[in-house]
Write a protein that binds this ligand. Structure first.
Ligand SMILES: [Zn+2]
Length: 341
């Protein structure tokens, strides 16, 4: 009897430790932007790696996500990465000035700048084939540029802990440009544009493998989002045809509600969704146009992240009081429920 009792107490001490060690996942975000990819170009291409993120209920998707009204790279990437349209952020063209796009209203900063402002220990990185997208970010930890293969190689290094500046990235933005190049020279639905999509799909396969082979992958909760800044009409863009204005948006991760997303998805939703996944509550004063999409439970997404566990929610929610009062047994029960999701 005595031994049984000792065993019981030993188990009672050990079990919550094991359970909490399993459930305390660190939330991470990877956004992969491919410039100038029409939805029909994406769906015409052979893209086994991109497909693996959404087909067969692997993730969430929408093939008429609206980009900015100004279907040019500078305005459209700024919209996706700030979460507000060009009417607010002010970028209407690709002109550069003083390290920012001309007329960039920095009251509307990028999602990674908001993450850094709330928690400077977060590790943020952008690697872009088109350098101006890096100018959308002001105070992030790391920016780099390169051609498509170089962006891929640098992303793999970053994810593998080989980047000396950002050893353990929490939020990453990658930009690939070769489809837009092919679109301008041969047309946005040309064979060369489709071939460029397929090349980038191969890069994405290597990047996904790098995510999954991280030493700490089992303790991480990655939200991966893929989209484009605009489509194209013939061999140009900047107009307001559906082929330019509506693109595709794919989300993958254990917190994602799989299947086709609701009508009215914006590329600007990416910024809000990324911030909430990383535990940062949306402040109404940011005046975002985008909103959180396809996350199973925003509260669960926040509580699973250690990044803002203290800073973003100074006032415990009623459920937190319940946990504190109920003690370890209640906590273990909640953990058990959460793990079933
Ligand atoms: Zn573009």
């Amino acid at each position: 009897m005595k031994i049984a009792k000792q065993l019981f107490f030993a188990l009672a001490l050990i079990t919550p430790t094991l359970a909490s060690a399993q459930v305390e996942l660190t939330n991470k975000v990877l956004i992969i932007g491919i410039d100038g990819v029409r939805t029909d170009a994406l769906l015409s291409a052979s893209t086994p790696n991109i497909d693996s993120l959404w087909r067969g209920n692997a993730g969430a998707y929408r093939f008429d996500a609206k980009t900015d009204d100004v279907t040019i790279s500078g305005p459209s990437w700024t919209t996706m990465l700030t979460g507000v349209g060009s009417a607010k952020h002010g970028v209407k063209n690709n002109n550069m000035s003083g390290g920012h796009f001309t007329n960039y209203n920095t009251n509307y900063v990028s999602f990674m700048d908001r993450l850094e402002a709330a928690n400077p220990t977060i590790q943020t990185a952008a690697i872009s084939q088109w350098e101006p997208t890096n100018s959308i970010f002001s105070n992030i930890d790391y920016k780099a540029t390169g051609n498509g293969a170089s962006v891929k190689n640098q992303a793999v290094e970053l994810l593998s802990g080989q980047n000396v500046t950002v050893s353990n990235p929490d939020a990453i933005f990658l930009h690939f440009d070769d489809v837009d190049g092919a679109g301008h020279s041969s047309g946005y639905l040309s064979q060369s544009a489709i071939t460029a999509v397929q090349t980038i799909d191969g890069y994405i396969g290597e990047i996904l493998a790098a995510v999954r082979s991280r030493d700490t992958y089992a303790e991480e909760n990655w939200l991966i989002m893929l989209s484009s800044d605009h489509g194209g009409n013939g061999s140009s863009h900047g107009g307001s045809t559906p082929q330019e204005k509506y693109v595709w948006l794919i989300m993958n991760g254990m917190d994602v509600v799989v299947g086709e997303m609701e009508n009215g998805i914006l590329t600007a939703d990416i910024a809000a969704t990324a911030m909430v996944h990383l535990g940062l509550d949306i402040d109404p004063s940011w005046d975002l146009d985008g909103q959180v999409r396809a996350l199973k439970d925003n509260d669960a997404a926040r509580s699973a992240s250690s990044l803002y566990a203290d800073g973003a929610s100074p006032i415990p929610e009623p459920s937190t009081y319940g946990l504190l009062a109920g003690g370890i047994i209640a906590l273990a029960a909640v953990i058990a429920r959460r793990r079933k999701r």
